[in-house]
Design a protein around this ligand. Structure first.
Ligand SMILES: [Zn+2]
Length: 429
């Protein structure tokens, strides 16, 4: 029989040991914890700087889910734009701010580039996908990127301060347009006309540069797809050139007047979306019929303006819709109408681009046909010489340089001569 007999003294000694012993054990554990934490913090600050935040709460920032993986890499999951009544979805825009200690270095991997276009899978990435970074959101510099397994994009950044903005291309925001308008609106050669509203109720404007009584009229549209800021920089360069007030500017404006819808998809640009408007409509589609005023009020506004110009006997002679892609060609769409004259003009326009600008990318040929796109729709419905001008978002071959805002503004200024020569040679326009 094994009986545990404890005298009152033994019980008291046991009890004292328990209280005292636990206290000591507790202190030892706490001491060890403090030492470990201090070591861990020292180690972490030396080897693994703390990412403070990924900020996406500003104008044109892209919706983004993010985390740090086990190796300290920032994983950013972009949020797709979806098209209405369609399996199509698109990602291609990113714009966010890394908040982390100065001089820390980060590897970033972006995910969710499994786009669906015309019902088929596609990716916006290529082996030369450009990416830009900026300390202040104004001055941007290009960085190298790499497409890695799983259709993901990887790049490295170094913090020069404790804030670093990262974007697909140099952003052109609504505030950039406001800044431009503020600068030019008092010029007697400029008129800003409100032509309608976006789905969210933002004002859409047509900016007129020049004399409405000039012999020829050019209509330019930019930014129907929010991820594509190239056209905005081009039209800004063109507007600044036309308003310079020198002999050449006077010569240009004696011959043609330019009308610009600078940001067609303002809601998408403000919210950092990729392609569609807030109700899932592609503003470069359905131009073969009247726009739905509820679902695509942005297109309805432009259509109404075009029809009023035609009714006043001021049909635009030329219309260009600027976009970005990985090729940078002119999209000459061929609807089922008499095209000989149109194709002749497009050929001449391309030659003039090659002569007066850095354009070398060429045009779509053969039977290229993009039903419902802006160019084809305006040609078919309104008999306007219209086309899509893609701008290469990754590389400018002739300049051997990245597609920076500076290079696109240069292109815009060079277009002034192209338009002039085009109309000089098209007296029948
Ligand atoms: Zn586009």
């Amino acid at each position: 029989m094994n009986v545990d007999i404890k005298t009152p003294e033994v019980r008291m000694m046991n009890s004292c040991y328990n209280v005292f012993g636990r206290l000591l054990e507790g202190l030892a554990v706490r001491f060890a914890s403090i030492v470990f934490c201090a070591f861990a913090l020292t180690f972490a600050s030396a080897e693994e700087p703390l990412l403070e935040f990924i900020h996406t709460g500003f104008e044109n920032a892209s919706p983004l889910d993010w985390e740090i993986d086990g190796e300290g890499t920032i994983i950013g999951r972009l949020v797709y734009d979806h098209e209405r009544s369609s399996p199509n979805r698109a990602n291609g825009h990113w714009h966010f701010e890394i908040q982390a200690p100065e001089k820390s270095q980060w590897t970033v991997i972006l995910e969710n580039f499994d786009n669906v276009w015309n019902g088929k899978k596609g990716s916006p990435l290529c082996d030369r996908t450009a990416c830009f970074v900026s300390n202040d959101g104004q001055q941007w510099r290009p960085i190298e990127t790499e497409v890695i397994e799983g259709n993901r994009l990887r790049f490295n950044v170094k913090m020069e301060g404790n804030r670093l903005k990262v974007a697909r291309l140099e952003p052109y925001r609504l505030s950039d347009l406001d800044r431009l308008i503020e600068k030019i609106e008092s010029n007697p050669l400029v008129e800003i006309q409100k032509v309608g509203k976006t789905v969210a109720g933002r004002d859409l404007e047509i900016v007129r540069i020049g004399d409405p009584g000039a012999t020829h009229r050019v209509l330019l549209r930019a930014r129907s797809h929010p991820w594509e800021p190239g056209g905005n920089w081009v039209v800004e360069g063109l507007i600044e050139r036309l308003l310079r007030g020198d002999t050449d500017a006077k010569r240009y404006l004696s011959q043609y007047c330019v009308y610009v819808l600078p940001i067609a998809n303002k809601d998408g640009v403000a919210r950092g979306m990729t392609r569609f408007n807030l109700l899932g409509k592609d503003l470069n589609r359905n131009w073969d019929r009247p726009a739905d005023p509820e679902l695509a009020p942005e297109n309805r506004a432009l259509e109404t303006w075009i029809e009023s110009m035609i009714a006043r006997g001021q049909r635009p002679d030329l219309a260009i819709d600027f976009h970005n892609d990985n090729n940078g060609r002119l999209h000459i769409s061929r609807p089922n109408i008499e095209l000989a004259e149109y194709l002749k003009r497009m050929k001449r326009f391309e030659l003039l681009l090659r002569e007066h600008t850095w354009f070398t990318e060429g045009s779509t040929g053969g039977n290229f046909h993009n039903p419902g796109s802006f160019g084809e729709g305006l040609l078919e419905r309104y008999r306007i010489t219209a086309f899509i001008h893609e701008l290469n978002a990754d590389w400018i071959a002739a300049l051997d340089d990245y597609p920076s805002a500076k290079n696109w503004k240069l292109y815009g200024s060079q277009l002034c001569d192209v338009f002039y020569e085009y109309f000089e040679g098209n007296s029948s326009e």
